[in-house]
Design a protein around this ligand. Structure first.
Ligand code: NAD
Ligand code: LMR
Length: 341
């Protein structure tokens, strides 16, 4: 299992789950922003997941149609629809896992931080509702800017007296998915064998792939390392530009979030050795209260934040260089939450 858990990158979810009989518990997953570009394909993948019992879809509009459509797929997952603020509490009640892709995406020319003014309040309201209705649930935040929305979530729950750092997770899985794909392509490797940890945060230079720790081991010259790291950091912008005003990554994000959700449910169900990289409350880098690194997932969410392992000179320099941006974006989220309690 440990081997499989470390190379979770490309294995198809349904096939992987059915390879042997894993423990299944009744699990309710609430998806907030379910009618959106990420929400709809993610809802489909969750409807196909054997570890999900109930899938509760919430959005400001559009969820009845998505739920009616999905409910015709002959999988056992029960799909329910909730629309508008007055139905949010019922959506969240009893949820084990809450996934939040609600909010606006980038258009060409924007940074993720440009989304802050719109998305900060959306995330805070949804997190408040989760803190009220399912304080024991694991929250997975997809909404950008992740470097700020995760601190907003933590601080908001803290103010409510229900914050558990093991249960607030920023979803950076797409950075790992992209790294695995690009490294496999560059070196002619089988996609399913490649696993590249990505640390830091989820914006520009704060996305730091640890190519020196890739499995299987790959060697890159300094120039190749710089080019590959930049390709991974810019991948979101490449999609935003290709979509030319119609949003950002949705399908690859849904794929990545479904992988993160399945790993989280496996951990909740007591499956050992489930690791993912994620942006969480952390002490691995001094004076940086939230940081993405490999985490062990367990019965209560994040069971352990792993260390960074050994970085090479390129990665050490890149880590030092990104810290001011990461700290600023974290602080911006904390300040917003404190000002809006
Ligand atoms: P989208 O506009 O297609 O969908 C967003 C959905 O959120 C819409 O259906 C909208 O109605 C809903 N929404 C807005 N306000 C809401 C509220 N208050 N409550 C509930 N739902 C609400 O956008 P998308 O492409 O799905 O992207 C969503 C977010 O995910 C963006 O912020 C984007 O930047 C982010 N994103 C993050 C990653 C990552 O790696 N973490 C990757 C891709 C996109
Ligand atoms: C991504 O990495 O694709 C997302 O963060 C969306 C974006 O704005 O790039």
């Amino acid at each position: 299992v440990a081997q499989r858990a470390h190379s979770r990158a490309a294995a198809p979810m349904v096939a992987r789950a059915s390879r042997r009989s894993l423990r299944c518990e009744a699990r309710k997953v609430a998806l907030l922003g379910a009618a959106g570009g990420i929400g709809q394909p993610l809802a489909l993948l969750l409807k196909m997941n054997k570890f999900v019992t109930e899938l509760a879809l919430y959005d400001i509009v559009g969820t009845p149609g998505v739920a009616a459509d999905l409910s015709h797929c002959n999988t056992p997952v029960k799909v329910t629809a909730f629309s508008g603020a007055e139905e949010l509490d019922a959506c969240l009640s009893g949820a084990d896992l809450v996934i939040i892709p609600a909010g606006v995406p980038r258009k060409p020319g924007m940074t993720r931080d440009d989304l802050f003014n719109t998305n900060a309040g959306i995330v805070q309201n949804l997190v408040r509702a989760a803190g009220k209705n399912c304080p024991q649930a694991v929250l997975e935040i997809i909404t950008n800017p992740v470097n700020s929305t995760v601190p907003i979530a933590a601080e908001t729950l803290k103010a409510m007296g229900v914050y558990d750092p093991k249960k607030v997770i920023g979803v950076t899985t797409l950075d790992i998915v992209r790294s695995n794909t690009f490294v496999a392509e560059a070196r002619g490797l089988d996609m399913k064998d490649v696993d590249v940890p990505v640390i830091g945060g989820h914006a520009g230079a704060t996305i730091l792939p640890l190519l020196s720790q890739a499995t299987p081991a790959v060697t890159f010259t300094d120039a190749e390392k710089a080019a590959m790291s930049e390709k991974i950091q810019n991948a979101g912008t490449v999609v935003v530009e290709a979509k030319a005003g119609k949003g950002s990554a949705t399908l690859s994000m849904a794929y990545a979030a479904a992988r993160m959700a399945e790993s989280t449910l496996l951990g909740l169900n007591g499956e050992p050795n489930i690791y993912e990289c994620a942006f969480v409350q952390s002490e691995v880098v001094a004076d940086v209260p939230f940081f993405a690194s490999k985490v062990l997932l367990g019965p209560h969410g994040v069971a352990k934040v792993m260390g960074l392992g050994e970085l090479d000179a390129f990665e050490t320099a890149a880590l030092q260089a990104m810290l001011p941006q990461l700290k600023t974006e974290i602080q911006k989220g904390l300040d917003f939450a404190k000002a809006n309690t």
